[in-house]
Ligand binder design. Structure first.
Ligand SMILES: *Cc1c(COP(=O)(O)O)cnc(C)c1O
Length: 224
């Protein structure tokens, strides 16, 4: 399959999975994860209708943004954030999914240019409690979301999670279900975004409330 065919296939899958759990497919945004892919692949996906692209590495993303300056793309930063990259991220992205602490949030707030709208933020939650993975613990969410809500140049939107890889569908659902409940319990209506799900757990993510699915491999093929 070429990229447009793969996009069609993923859209069909999203629709099928939404129908299965009685959700409106319009409530699930397909974010194309384009890390390691050339700008030409992004252009092809854009021509096929995609507008939201996710990148993990700042320098790589900036080069593609320059090459694709004429395109009306919404850029999402989804990778680990180093303090020395927050300024570029604040200047060149509309969304950041991987905010994992107050220090990074504070820098992004201070560095977001005044001529741009507030930066949309998701807090990355460590749902698998692996020491090697970044993200905050679920029980830090209440305090941190309260603090970030005070930052005028950020717009706190929700949470992002990358669970440990798991093949079993029911097992895949568990971390998303628990996190969805924890966020709902906060009773903060502005937290309307659940950045859940990648190529291998798309169905589980949609069944547990994903509003943004981050898909790379299924759209662009295996990364090398
Ligand atoms: C690479 C990546 C994805 C996409 O993963 P696929 O398995 O290729 O769909 C999604 N989210 C994050 C944070 C990533 O780094």
């Amino acid at each position: 399959m070429n990229i447009p065919e793969k996009i069609k296939a993923i859209r069909n899958q999203i629709e099928t999975y939404c129908n299965t759990c009685h959700r409106n497919p319009q409530t699930v945004l397909l974010l194309a994860v384009s890390k390691t892919r050339p700008a030409t692949d992004i252009a092809i996906a854009y021509q096929a209708g995609l507008r939201h692209f996710g990148e993990n590495y700042c320098q790589e993303a900036l080069l593609k943004q320059q090459a694709l300056g004429a395109y009306d793309i919404t850029w999402h930063f989804i990778g680990p954030i180093q303090s020395n990259k927050t300024k570029l991220i604040a200047q060149h992205f509309s969304w950041v999914h991987s905010v994992d602490g107050l220090k990074i949030a504070k820098r992004l707030n201070e560095q977001r240019p005044d001529n741009l709208p507030p930066l949309n933020i998701c807090l990355q939650i460590n749902v698998s409690e692996e020491l090697t993975k970044s993200g905050i613990a679920t029980d830090e969410l209440a305090e941190l979301s309260g603090a970030i809500a005070e930052f005028p140049r950020l717009k706190l939107r929700g949470v992002m999670a990358i669970p440990a890889p798991e093949e079993d569908y029911e097992q895949q659902r568990l971390p998303y279900k628990a996190l969805f409940r924890a966020v709902t319990a906060l009773k903060r209506p502005e937290l309307d975004t659940f950045s859940f799900g990648m190529t291998n757990d798309l169905k589980a993510a949609i069944s547990e409330g994903a509003t943004i699915v981050r898909i790379g491999t299924a759209l662009f093929g295996e990364r090398h």
